[in-house]
Design a protein around this ligand. Structure first.
Ligand code: PLP
Length: 367
């Protein structure tokens, strides 16, 4: 039996549990021992570089002490890499944690949050948890970010503008010119948060990382990044925020838990930053594989959105839920999209070549 009813914050009634995707264990029982291609959560399946493994092993031998609450060594290295001073860097237990911290620092009932759609669900959930209203800026018929609607929305004094660049799940991105337009149009009373979870995959002449503009921007800006994707540390949970606003950084420090990033994660992230060649090689392989998979899918007549992430958003032209279910029987995990307007899309992460081949073969069989 469960204890008597308790009174909860009314905002919780509007929230649904996060769809974290199927785990290897969930799927193993359904496909009889065959290898599983886990392509549902945009993880980097390449092996970790040796220095990262060594750094983790070293810390595992001395976990009696609390971790450094301000991750000083890591902040210093990130400052050197990003050009943002260490005092304007904040760490989180994954960048999801920082999305939550940001929402708790800024939002109250009735505030407006502008975000892109189809959306990264947590961009909306944490806003709603605080009682804020979410305004979604969708894609045009041509599946591009609706710049007219976005520029109109960000010019209003909304509390928070939360843009994933590149977008997840769609993969499309703001071009350098478009990002500059958003920065110029931002209302000075709004906080602009650029969620750059995939920045390492996006680099190139047609993509502008927020760090290129943060120095000269006078309005509040926060850039969120993570070690979970290209850096391959998803299980350790570590992400970071870079800001030009001392007030915002201070507020996030007040709201976060003091020891929100564990010592193993701090050591692994520092070792990874000091030897980025492993990450760069994995990214190069993923980008080549992403192009190969997209070509095969388009060759089959499927609509595939352009992507700057380690994933593709694919229109299978029928409800994607049953397609995702059928793929599981072939040992392939993808993420069928459920948001209105996108129920015929699935998001598939770009894995190792052998995993991508397993996906392509299974999809051929299922369609
Ligand atoms: C994966 C992802 C994150 C969360 O990453 P963590 O650091 O693992 O919490 C944040 N934003 C977007 C857009 C993502 O795709």
């Amino acid at each position: 039996m469960s204890a008597t009813e308790i009174a909860l914050r009314p905002e919780l009634a509007a929230l649904a549990p996060y769809n974290s995707g199927l785990s290897l264990e969930d799927v193993a029982s359904r496909c009889g021992g065959r290898p599983i291609a886990k392509l549902g959560s945009n993880e980097n399946p390449h092996p970790l570089p040796d220095p990262v493994c060594a750094a983790m092993a070293e810390v595992l031998g001395r976990t009696q002490m609390y971790p450094d609450p301000s991750a000083r060594a890591l902040a210093a290295q990130l400052a050197a890499v990003t050009g943002v001073e260490a005092a304007r860097i904040v760490f989180g237990d994954g960048s999801e944690d920082l999305l939550n911290v940001l929402a708790r620092a800024l939002l109250q009932t009735g505030d407006e949050v502008v975000t892109l759609y189809p959306s990264f669900p947590l961009h909306e959930d944490y806003a709603r948890m605080m009682g804020a209203e979410v305004t979604r800026i969708g894609l045009t018929e041509g599946r591009e970010i609706d710049m007219a609607a976005l520029l109109e929305a960000v010019a209003r004094p909304v509390r928070l503008i939360l843009l994933a660049n590149p977008m997840n799940p769609a993969g499309v991105w703001l071009t350098p010119d478009q990002l500059d337009q958003v920065l110029a149009a931002q209302h000075p009373d709004s906080v602009l948060c650029l969620d750059e979870a995939y920045v390492e995959y996006a680099a190139g002449p047609d993509y502008l990382p927020g760090t290129e503009r943060i120095g000269g921007h006078a309005k509040p800006l926060l850039i969120l990044r993570t070690f979970s994707k290209a850096w391959g540390l998803a299980a350790l949970r570590i992400g970071y925020g870079l800001s030009n606003s001392d007030a915002l950084i201070s507020a996030m420090h007040l709201v976060r838990t003091p020891f929100n990033v564990n010592a193993v994660a701090q050591a692994a992230a520092l070792a990874a930053l000091c030897a980025p060649e492993g990450m760069q090689a994995a990214v190069a392989d993923t980008l080549a594989e992403r192009a190969r998979v997209a070509d095969v899918l388009r060759g089959r007549g499927l609509e595939v959105l352009p992507s700057k992430g380690n994933f593709l958003f694919v229109n299978v032209a029928r409800p994607s839920g049953p397609v995702g279910e059928a793929l599981i029987d072939h040992g392939v995990i993808v993420k069928p999209w459920k948001q209105p307007g996108y129920e015929s899309f699935l998001r598939v992460s770009t894995g190792l070549a052998v995993e991508n081949d397993q996906f392509l073969g299974a999809l051929e069989a299922v369609l």
